[in-house]
Design a protein around this ligand. Structure first.
Ligand code: CMP
Length: 136
């Protein structure tokens, strides 16, 4: 059964020219692109996207980071797309958790500027896709 997930190439990934690398790995895995857009993230969108982290010590810094430059937002679909993309991304901490061969393991050093975001559950995916792409 096919499912959809919301993927972001974060400002660090766009600034470093790694959009093609991320898209290439998604496509080589066999997942499909259902939407792709370069977006400037407003504070309001960032707050809604990361609402579950409101109150955490890194929340303000995370909002500053995600609004610091354009991101590329994608809807990615395929069988088990949510865990499949999270496997491609690697763990949140690019050094302690993400292993070499994953996007974060290969291309990131910091837990905040960790290159990509992927929805963590079917409920999050539904909420995030509606938030970023209300018309699809
Ligand atoms: P993401 O998968 O987009 O989900 C929440 C984001 O918050 C995460 O990736 C990181 O960018 C950031 N984050 C999570 N934990 C920390 C932390 N301890 N310190 C700084 N940023 C964090």
């Amino acid at each position: 059964m096919s499912e959809r997930t919301l993927v972001l190439v974060k400002p660090d990934g766009v600034a470093r020219g790694l959009v093609g690398e991320v898209v290439s790995r998604i496509e080589r895995k066999g997942l499909r692109l259902a939407a792709l857009e370069l977006r400037v993230v407003t504070r309001d969108l960032a707050e809604q996207h990361y609402a579950e982290h409101d109150g955490k010590p890194f929340f303000g810094s995370l909002l500053d980071f995600i609004t610091s430059g354009p991101v590329v937002a994608l809807v990615v679909e395929g069988p088990r797309a949510i865990p499949a993309f999270r496997q491609l991304a690697g763990g949140t901490d690019p050094v302690e958790k993400a292993t070499p061969g994953t996007l974060r393991g290969d291309f990131a050093l910091e837990t905040e500027s960790n290159l990509v975001h992927g929805s963590d559950s079917p409920e999050s995916a539904e909420r995030e896709i509606k938030l970023w792409f209300p018309n699809i």
